[in-house]
Ligand binder design. Structure first.
Ligand code: AMP
Ligand code: GLY
Length: 462
């Protein structure tokens, strides 16, 4: 019998998961809660919020879902996996205890310390005056992080001591991140090349995915504020087997062992955000110097969008192997291609932005060879007035009968492409981007350039 899948989430990451799962000959029906207009092409959107665990359980029971796949961190941090398992429902993702690796930076840092996992030097504080004293001793640059989940906004890279003090006041006194900031992690500023590792895990063993790279700053040349991630490439053309083995042995393996020792084995996807510190020539040799910036307990977005374009193995087979504890028997195969994802953002993101602007050109873009466009913050605009300048007057819904597509979030679309090399993938994606339009559309023009530069510097091996 073909399987019924329930996906939880509404971003372009979940759109990519639905796209890939829809290609499985073993998948019969995909539901997605709540999904978006892009996911509606491969699945049935549900009017259930991603964090409404009771409603999700009720739906999974009533509709006999064979597997639930959790995209974002919030439901994981709330314990969706524990709640589903308690009802005897199959679900892909880590338990609440294991998800602490992302939901509590203090937990993650202590785990790393205990298990000798390389990371930035740090201290944790819940007392404001002590935190101030510590930054005065350490000086700048220094990094201040709210310990809890803060929608990717809880990290401040402080170039000066004044900035550091301001960040501490904002988190600990003014409580701009609510309770997430009552405890802070203050850590050493790491300089280098940031990249993403991902590993499928079944609680006992793990399988590494190729490395990928996100681009977090809003402007070209890594300028401006941090975002949730607005452009990825996969695989990285400059990585060596040695570097992959190093990350696997020195970071992923001991992290999973450490969680197991706490009686919280990790199932699902572990995504360590990494910094390769040191010079590019060191990177090419692939020895030493890779440190963990943070752990995530789910697929990166938009890393997932690039990964799904090059994954050859049936995704359902992998997810089931994670849940059943049979990952050691799986061989995960990848197309010998490069992929990239360019996120098209609303003007103003990651700060304030307007919604409700009409989007055109997606169909034309998708007619291009090797191009797939995933939706993130889109919606159908219904009932007149369809759109108003500034967007606030338009009624935005998920109603598929209202056919005018509009912007409805900060990250609007993920334009992906594949190619035989990274450059051709990027060229295709940027050509597709040129066909898409909405008012104020912003994207980075330099996705992948740092990696291409590294690849082309003398003596590079990959
Ligand atoms: P996080 O939420 O911990 O991933 O941090 C968000 C972003 O801040 C990371 O992707 C990095 O670009 C940057 N960042 C975090 N910690 C550090 C650090 N210790 N040194 C330099 N950059 C950092
Ligand atoms: N790629 C950034 C994130 O998923 O957090």
């Amino acid at each position: 019998m073909k399987k019924k899948i329930l996906i939880v989430g509404s971003g372009s990451r979940e759109n990519a998961l639905a796209w890939k799962l829809s290609q499985s000959p073993r998948v019969g029906k995909i539901f997605i809660a709540p999904g978006n207009p892009g996911t509606a092409r491969f699945s049935e959107n549900l009017n259930i919020n991603a964090t409404d665990i009771n409603a999700l359980i009720e739906f999974a029971q009533k509709n006999a879902a064979d597997l639930t796949v959790v995209g974002p961190e919030d439901p994981l941090a709330l314990g969706i996996v524990d709640a589903f398992l308690k009802q005897g429902l199959k679900i892909w993702g880590p338990s609440k205890a294991a998800a602490q690796i992302e939901s509590s930076k203090t937990f993650a840092k202590e785990l790393m310390k205990k298990n000798n996992i390389p990371t930035a030097e740090f201290e944790t504080f819940s007392n404001y005056n002590e935190a101030i004293k510590y930054v005065e001793t350490k000086g700048a640059p220094i990094v201040i992080k709210a310990s809890g989940l803060a929608l990717g906004k809880g990290v401040t890279i402080c170039k000066t001591l004044d900035e550091a003090k301001g960040a501490l006041k904002a988190a600990m006194v003014d409580k701009v991140f609510g309770d997430s900031g009552s405890e802070v992690v203050i850590e050493e500023f790491l300089e280098g090349m940031e990249f993403s590792a991902h590993a499928f895990c079944d609680g006992k063993t793990f399988k590494m995915l190729p490395f990928s790279q996100d681009h977090k700053k809003i402007f070209d040349g890594d300028q401006g504020p941090n975002t949730g991630g607005i452009g990825t490439i996969a695989p990285l053309p400059w990585t060596t087997d040695e570097l992959i083995n190093q990350v696997s042995e020195k970071i992923v393996q001991p992290t999973l062992e450490g969680l197991k020792n706490l009686s919280s084995p990790f199932t699902g996807l572990l995504y360590p955000g990494l910094m390769a510190t040191g010079s590019p020539s060191f990177l090419k040799r692939g020895t030493g110097g890779v440190k963990v910036i943070e752990f995530n307990c789910r697929f990166g977005g938009p890393e997932c969008e690039s990964y799904m374009r090059i994954l050859k193995t049936d995704l359902l087979d992998i997810l089931e192997a994670c849940v059943q504890g049979t990952l050691d028997k799986m061989k995960i195969e990848w197309h010998p291609l490069f992929a990239c994802c360019i996120i098209l953002c609303s003007k103003g993101y990651p700060d304030k932005y307007d919604k409700g602007f009409p989007i055109t050109g997606i169909e034309a873009a998708e007619k291009m060879e090797d191009v797939v466009v995933f939706h993130a913050g889109t919606a159908y605009s219904s009932s007149p007035p369809l759109f108003q300048k500034g967007g606030q007057g338009g009624v935005i819904t998920n109603d598929l009968s209202a056919k005018a597509l509009a912007t409805a979030g900060g990250r609007v679309l993920g334009v992906t492409a594949t190619g035989n090399d990274l450059k051709s993938a990027l060229n295709k994606a940027y050509a597709a981007v040129k066909l898409i339009h909405f008012e104020g559309m912003h994207y980075r023009g330099d996705i992948g350039q740092k990696s291409l530069f590294l690849l082309n510097t003398k003596g590079a091996k990959y």
